[in-house]
Design a protein around this ligand. Structure first.
Ligand code: C2E
Ligand code: CA
Ligand code: CA
Length: 408
């Protein structure tokens, strides 16, 4: 895939070499020294320290690229160190090491990410030189340099003005069949381009639009753009296009008719459209919800329960509402190949969805190994950065997944 087009959502990649400085915190000096030796043999600059406070000072003075933290220390624990590293806004990638077992390693790793630090991975002690080097090697330029451009908070007035200027558009992220690797469709994601070429991400305006009564207009604008620009309409097999629907939109009783007419205008069959709904606390009227969702199905649209496994999406809703698809939350899919816990959850959710006759989609596929596992689990479809990032319609012809089948 070309990384040069402005229309693709690509990471800002730093062209300089990533420095290779590893700082190890472990109160077992001989273990720490061995780790340093293993890394030094592969040309890493290394240092090891057994005291948490001295380690934190060294992080400031030496600016390591990687820090490896043992969870059990003489007078501290690894979680305290993680909190301190987060307070210091440490930029180093963090490796968590321990002999304490999988679940503790995994929850500590989660604490790293949820504190806003960059997690490189975990190492279960004892580990080999190959395992250490393999983990360090996963730190590519891209993972090292990914930065979302900081965007200032937006206001109701700005969204309102942008709506008047028809500024909201959609980008399209490909979805493939896990079994065949073939393209099956796209998810359409709202985007708000700025004059300076940056893009305000939907997390920054959807919630505010929901709270301030602008979501109906916004949804219609994004859908209008998406339906007029659906990529690869002439593809050999008919593709499906997923659109996100806010639960608030369900209160707009004209919406199913409006969408049906829009589809007619753009010669799109409702059966090609999947409406992805994330359940939220605002779904306060279960009967209205049941009626509105059923109306969409009667009009021929597909319905997907988004982000399944987190938040409010529940088994009860899955059983009583007319969904045709289930999307496994990306939180579990992203960590599929390195977390036993995630693997068990994804296995169970895929099994549940399939046993209920639903099309099961896993999003957040960032690695070939995750796609391989999903294929083994007989998950139907996959979506994620490994396959393709969300793209502007013009960028899709350059996306190398169109002619290629995804194999791993
Ligand atoms: P979502 O519906 O769960 O969409 C998936 C989000 O995950 C997208 O973020 C997508 O870019 C991102 N993503 C996809 N694959 C990967 C991956 O492999 N790794 C990682 N780290 N992320 C991945 P985006 O576009 O920023 O959208 C965020 C959320 O905003 C969406 O989450 C959805 O809830 C909401 N949203 C987006 N467009 C619309 C819209 O038109 N209407 C409504 N109501 N909500 C929307
Ligand atoms: Ca979605
Ligand atoms: Ca989702």
């Amino acid at each position: 895939m070309s990384t040069s087009t402005a229309n693709m959502e690509v990471a800002v990649v730093d062209k300089t070499e990533i420095p290779r400085r590893l700082l190890v915190l472990d109160d077992e000096n001989d273990v720490a020294a061995t780790i340093c030796m293993m890394a030094a043999a592969a040309d890493y600059d290394t240092a090891h320290i057994d005291d948490a406070d001295i380690f934190l000072e060294k992080v400031i003075s030496w600016t390591p690229t990687y820090v490896a933290v043992d969870l059990r220390l003489a007078d501290r624990d690894g979680i305290e160190v993680i909190r301190k590293l987060a307070e210091m806004e440490c930029k180093a990638a963090v490796i968590i090491m321990s002999g304490l077992g999988g679940r503790i390693l995994e929850s500590s790793a989660r604490a790293v990410s949820e504190n806003g630090l960059r997690l490189l991975g975990t190492l279960s002690k004892p580990f080999s030189r190959a395992q250490l080097l393999e983990l360090l090697a996963t730190d590519t330029h891209e993972t090292h340099s990914i930065r979302r451009s900081p965007t200032p908070p937006v206001s109701h007035e700005q969204i309102s003005d942008a709506l008047k200027a028809s500024a909201f558009i959609a980008h399209f992220q490909p979805k493939i069949s896990c079994l065949t690797g073939e393209l099956v469709g796209f998810e359409c994601l709202a985007r708000w381009p700025q004059q300076n070429g940056t893009m305000v991400p939907p997390d920054q305006f959807i919630g505010l639009a929901e709270q301030t009564g602008l979501i109906d207009m916004l949804t219609r604008q994004v859908y209008d753009y998406a339906l007029a620009n659906l990529p690869l309409r002439n593809h050999a097999s008919p593709l499906k296009y997923a659109l996100n629907l806010s639960p608030i939109n369900l209160k707009d009783t004209n919406f199913p008719h409006w969408l049906r007419n829009k589809c007619r205008e753009h010669s799109v069959k409702p059966s090609q459209i999947i409406l992805e709904v994330t359940e939220t606390a605002s779904m306060d009227n279960p009967l209205a919800l049941l009626e509105h969702l059923t109306q969409f199905r009667i009009h021929g649209f597909q319905l997907s329960i988004d982000d399944f496994g987190v938040g409010y999406s529940s088994l009860v809703q899955l059983a009583r509402l007319p969904f045709s698809e289930l999307k496994v939350d990306q939180m579990f899919v992203k960590t599929l190949s390195r977390s036993q816990e995630s693997r068990k959850i994804v296995t169970a959710v895929v099994g549940l969805g399939k046993s209920m006759g639903l099309n099961v989609v896993a999003e957040g596929v960032e690695e070939a190994s995750a796609l391989g596992l999903l294929r083994e689990l007989e998950c139907d479809e996959a979506q994620g950065y490994f396959i393709g990032r969300p793209m502007a319609p013009v960028a899709i012809k350059d996306w190398n997944g169109v002619p290629q089948k995804w194999t791993c």
